[in-house]
Design a binder for this molecule. Sequence first.
Ligand SMILES: *[C@@H]1O[C@H](CO)[C@@H](O)[C@H](O)[C@H]1NC(C)=O
Ligand SMILES: *[C@@H]1O[C@H](CO)[C@@H](O)[C@H](O)[C@H]1NC(C)=O
Ligand SMILES: *[C@@H]1O[C@H](CO)[C@@H](O)[C@H](O)[C@H]1NC(C)=O
Length: 377
Amino acid sequence: MAAITPLLRLLPVLLLLLPPALLKYLTASNGPAKDTGVGELHPIVLLAGLGCSDLEAQLTEAYQPSVPRCGAMKGKGWFSLWQNTSDLLAQGYVQCFEQQMRLFYDPATNDYRNLPGVETRVPKFGSARAFHDKNPLHPKRCLDNVREALEELGYRDNDTLFEAPYDWRYVPPAPGQISQIYSQFFQRFKALVETASSKHEKKVIIFAHSYGGMVALEFVRNMPLAWRNRYIKHLILSAPTPSTGFMRMIQGLVSGSEHMIYVPTSDTSLRTLWRTFETSIMGLPSPNVFGHEPLVVTKQRNYSAYDMEEFLAAIGLEDSIEPFRRRMVPKMNYFEAPMVPMTCINGVGVRTPQQLLFWESDYDISPEIVYGDGDGI
Ligand SMILES: *[C@@H]1O[C@H](CO)[C@@H](O)[C@H](O)[C@H]1NC(C)=O
Ligand SMILES: *[C@@H]1O[C@H](CO)[C@@H](O)[C@H](O)[C@H]1NC(C)=O
Ligand SMILES: *[C@@H]1O[C@H](CO)[C@@H](O)[C@H](O)[C@H]1NC(C)=O
């Protein structure tokens, strides 16, 4: 997180420094046919990173609360489940939150779902105020600076500026993969782009940060090529890796999610919750990139990107092996370009975790971290 913040602060500057070349290209109408309409600005859709979207829940009759008080909202309609995490603590709702947020992998459909009786939805789709960080210590982590810079350039909420919040507990599918949650999300995103585009007679720019970049990439790759050509002006991905990078994803699985999502409690059961999310097994290192490099080092044996299934078993996550094999490995091997104009912003030459040492194989203590050259996340 610490490493992301400087980059984020830099983004509006980058955006403003891009003129006259890219910025002019992004904001002026310089294209053929579709791009000759009224106004100056190409509509922009923003996607911020992990945990930035809010989530609402409602509890139906089928819900069986872990303790009776967790059933208090049963039958009472939609309420905020992930919106103000300080409030979760203040209301004594953390235990209920953990039960109502958790996901299950269903081998029959090869997809993830909520607990029976828990329905969830992402509010404020399309609004340019859909994302906000839950951590009061860095309230602007969710693309706020970029949004403000765009507003200074003349962008307006629900006219030229939009956000596409998504359920970040789930992983966006590569083309051909099933995901009930994302197929609905992609339909809404598609309609949003089409409406914004036809209103302004311009193609649309998608600007995404961190995990939002992975969602934006899969959205574009899941659309037909003709649609992309017709509607997408530019895809801008800033540090589009999982939150805090590949080694931190391993560390998150082992030790908990405090690097990824913010809940103001040291309750170790949050690690259990995090491990139920599809996102927890996303972004493990791919053999295509990391090869046989030892990534986790213990006295007995080392684990490379080839050994992730054994590593999941070693940390007690046997249940995650099947979804990892069936949902993540195919994504690791999917290399099709999005085939739209694209800019990718990444750090280089920054101190980056490269290896985790759990010498005594005690996964309940923090590892020693070996750093190397990388993008800092
Ligand atoms: C979040 O919840 C806390 C604790 O209930 C409260 O003090 C704070 O004002 C809330 N923040 C917002 C932005 O609503
Ligand atoms: C957004 O704009 C559309 C028209 O372009 C309008 O129908 C809709 O009500 C607006 N939504 C909000 C939340 O203002
Ligand atoms: C694990 O990797 C380290 C290098 O990072 C190496 O020194 C060590 O010999 C390896 N251990 C085993 C058991 O292969």
